[in-house]
Design a protein around this ligand. Structure first.
Ligand SMILES: [Cu+2]
Length: 182
């Protein structure tokens, strides 16, 4: 019985392709012999929003982005239903800085937004944010496109959810970043 492959090249090659085809059929995404290992993706985990201290009109969102693809990508825009604007702030030379053109996440690299590393500052909140609520955040990547995450609101002083993200001992104890800068 012949496998339905377009057996164009040589006889020995047809055998090899047939075997690879069977393997691929049983285990999609296996590192059989394709040019790219697997499509890969950009994954966002551990998202949460720190509840703002009452007079503050902004809140900080944290998450971790894993770029499992073989190419760099750029987080170029953040949109949220919780506030009018969302600005990406990352620490550059010890200073929280708004990143106008986004942040590049290198191939097989990650971007960790945690206390002291950076955050998305949600400004002009549409309403009060209290612990237990969920905030929808859309992260727009240059290549991966939009990725939507649901970020629970965590009370001031409560420990950050781990969510499989990189442990950060400073995360739960340091002063709240809310309103620390514009
Ligand atoms: Cu900020």
């Amino acid at each position: 019985m012949r496998l339905p492959w377009p057996a164009v090249v040589g006889g020995s090659l047809v055998v090899a392709l047939g075997a690879a085809g069977l393997i691929r059929g049983a285990m999609p995404q296996s590192a059989a012999s394709g040019p790219a290992p697997s499509p890969g993706s950009v994954v966002v985990t551990g998202a949460y929003v720190r509840a703002p201290v009452p007079p503050t009109q902004s809140a900080a969102a944290y998450f971790v982005v894993y770029n499992t693809t073989a190419h760099d990508d750029r987080l170029q825009r953040v949109v949220t239903g919780a506030g009018a604007t969302a600005v990406l702030h990352t620490e550059v030379n010890g200073q929280m800085t708004a990143t106008g053109s986004g942040v590049v996440i290198p191939a097989h690299g990650s971007l960790v937004l945690s206390t002291g590393n950076g955050h998305v500052m949600i400004e002009h909140l549409f309403g009060p944010l209290t612990a237990g609520q969920d905030v929808n955040i859309e992260l727009d990547f240059q290549i991966a496109g939009p990725i939507n995450v649901t970020a629970p609101v965590i009370a001031v002083g409560a420990p950050a959810p781990t969510g499989g993200s990189v442990p950060n001992p400073a995360d739960s104890s340091t002063s709240a970043p809310s309103g620390a800068h514009s």
